[in-house]
Design a protein around this ligand. Structure first.
Ligand SMILES: Cc1cc2nc3c(=O)[nH]c(=O)nc-3n(C[C@H](O)[C@H](O)[C@H](O)COP(=O)(O)OP(=O)(O)OC[C@H]3O[C@@H](n4cnc5c(N)ncnc54)[C@H](O)[C@@H]3O)c2cc1C
Length: 458
């Protein structure tokens, strides 16, 4: 009988529990126990329901091109609950010199693929437009070393593309900074495109020609009643006796036949351990076992995040999914989602729901601020940007201390070092967002792969 401890009950730990339980029900001789520090499961996935609105405190959806989350939803019987973003409403604005300018049609992330929208847009100066046109001619390649997203984008399209597009887009996803994030870890597809073609414009146009014909896939996928539905359905499929909450101060010790998990309620022995907690916590648990890997993990920076949700009665707002705020605009907010357009059925008829995103990358004192301050910042900036002066029907604030890991330049090399060292600890697995992807599908994939490895091992 194999005994497995899972430490951490976010989506990664819960997915690991789900896949282990599935193997157990299919006849594999194993037992597992999940240890979660807090009083609830789900980690940063949390949905609240208020006045007919579905309010996401953490992720509101996942990228449709990464299949693992939707696959898990279907396995759990949630297939009919899967929904997609209203892509006919898909338009995102960038705040440029205090005005909202739509991202021009044909700009795929930062790669221009259509001429006229680029010529006509107010987002870029003439010199950036000329630079875009030249990119298709001049191959620019970097084979040897990792670099920041900002450096990579600047080589192709110049500083204005960094400031106006790459930096705010990355900040909206990672809550971080394009000048420190690793292009190889964060935008591997673009690195591949550069390696093969030199020009990103040429590579994107070629890929588009080769893509199968048919209607485009919706960009985002989610669940009708919010992301919490995934968490609740996983929990409902698991034996409650294996889920241990409020496990503060868990520590690990190597014993002759495996691992001892020490908790305030006593010690338990396991053959394998799955660590599903943010990298610095994993580093702390591994410090006495494998100091070098522990030190690398402890140094992975996480930004803290806050979502401020404000509901309004029928204000006059622009269409689209929302806007991004470049750092050069000197605002506190990084982005704002128009939830009533992106997922319209999550909002009561006649209500507009705005979700403003703040990060410690732009506001280092974020966690020390009072909720009232964050509400005030959101309202002040919405007034400046959208002219929105009305009193919201309600406002809610959610904050995450270890919100999003920052894969800084050289991240993949450090991740490989951690992995190589972890192999020296038989039965020890690290999953979640620490190393290979921050999205919900990435975390689910890491759990599934760890369980597969663990079941294969003697
Ligand atoms: C505000 C925000 C918005 C996001 N938006 C999106 C999005 O739209 N789409 C998307 O795909 N992704 C999004 N992400 C990223 C994604 O949600 C996360 O990367 C993912 O959910 C992390 O899951 P996890 O299980 O690895 O970690 P977590 O959710 O952080 O869970 C870790 C768990 O471990 C517990 N824990 C920590 N230390 C210990 C310990 N020592 N012992 C026991 N338990 C411990 C914690 O209490 C927590 O429950 C977002 C993240 C944030 C913060």
């Amino acid at each position: 009988m194999k005994r497995v401890a899972i430490i951490g009950g976010g989506i990664a730990g819960l997915s690991a529990a789900y896949y282990l339980e599935k193997a157990r029900k299919n006849g594999t001789a194993l037992e597992w126990i999940l240890f979660e520090k807090s009083e609830r499961l789900g980690g940063v996935i949390r949905t609240e329901y208020r006045d007919g609105c579905i309010l996401e405190a953490g992720p509101d959806s996942f990228l449709s091109i990464k299949p693992e989350a939707a696959e898990l939803c279907r396995e759990l019987g949630l297939g009919s609950e899967i929904i997609h973003s209203n892509d006919f409403q898909r338009k995102t604005y960038i705040l440029a010199k205090g005005r909202l300018v739509p991202i021009p049609d044909g700009l795929q992330f930062m790669v221009p693929t259509r001429v006229w929208p680029m010529v006509g847009t107010r987002l870029f100066s003439l010199s950036t437009k000329l630079r875009m046109a030249r990119e298709i001619l001049g191959p620019t390649r970097n084979h040897d070393h990792d670099e920041s997203v900002a450096d990579f984008v600047r080589r192709h399209f110049g500083q204005e593309m960094v400031d106006r597009v790459a930096e705010p887009l990355l900040a909206g996803v990672y809550g971080g900074n394009a000048s420190t994030l690793s292009v190889r870890a964060v935008l591997p597809r673009f690195v591949e495109m550069e390696r093969e073609n030199g020009s990103l414009v040429r590579a994107t146009l070629k890929a588009r020609k080769q893509a199968p014909k048919g209607p485009p896939q919706p960009l985002f996928t989610s669940l009708r009643r919010g992301m919490q539905e995934l968490v609740d359905t996983i929990i409902a499929s698991l034996p409650g006796s294996s889920l241990r909450l409020k496990q503060v101060g868990v520590s690990l010790r190597r014993v002759s036949n495996g691992w001892q998990v020490e908790t305030s309620a006593g010690d338990m022995n396991f053959d394998a351990v799955i660590l599903a907690i943010p990298a610095p916590f994993a580093g702390a648990l591994l410090l006495n076992l494998i100091p070098e890997a522990a030190t690398i993990l402890a140094k992975i920076q996480y930004t803290s995040s806050a979502a401020v949700l404000l509901a309004y009665a029928k204000p006059d707002l622009p269409p689209g999914f929302g806007f991004l705020v470049p750092a050069s605009e000197h605002k506190k907010m990084l982005a704002c989602t128009f939830v009533h357009n992106k997922f319209s059925h999550r909002v009561r008829e006649g209500t507009a729901l705005l979700r403003c995103f703040f990060s410690s990358a732009r506001m280092p004192e974020l966690l020390n601020r009072r909720e009232e301050d964050l509400k005030m910042f959101a309202r002040e900036e919405l007034k400046e940007i959208l002219g929105l002066e009305a009193e919201p029907q309600f406002t809610l604030v959610f904050r995450w201390r270890y919100g999003l890991p920052q894969y800084e330049t050289g991240h993949l090399e450090r991740a490989a070092q951690v992995e190589a060292q972890l192999r020296q600890l038989p039965g020890m697995h690290l999953i979640g967002n620490s190393l290979y992807g921050i999205g919900v599908p990435d975390c689910i994939r890491s759990a599934r792969q760890a369980v597969e490895r663990l079941l294969r091992a003697e």
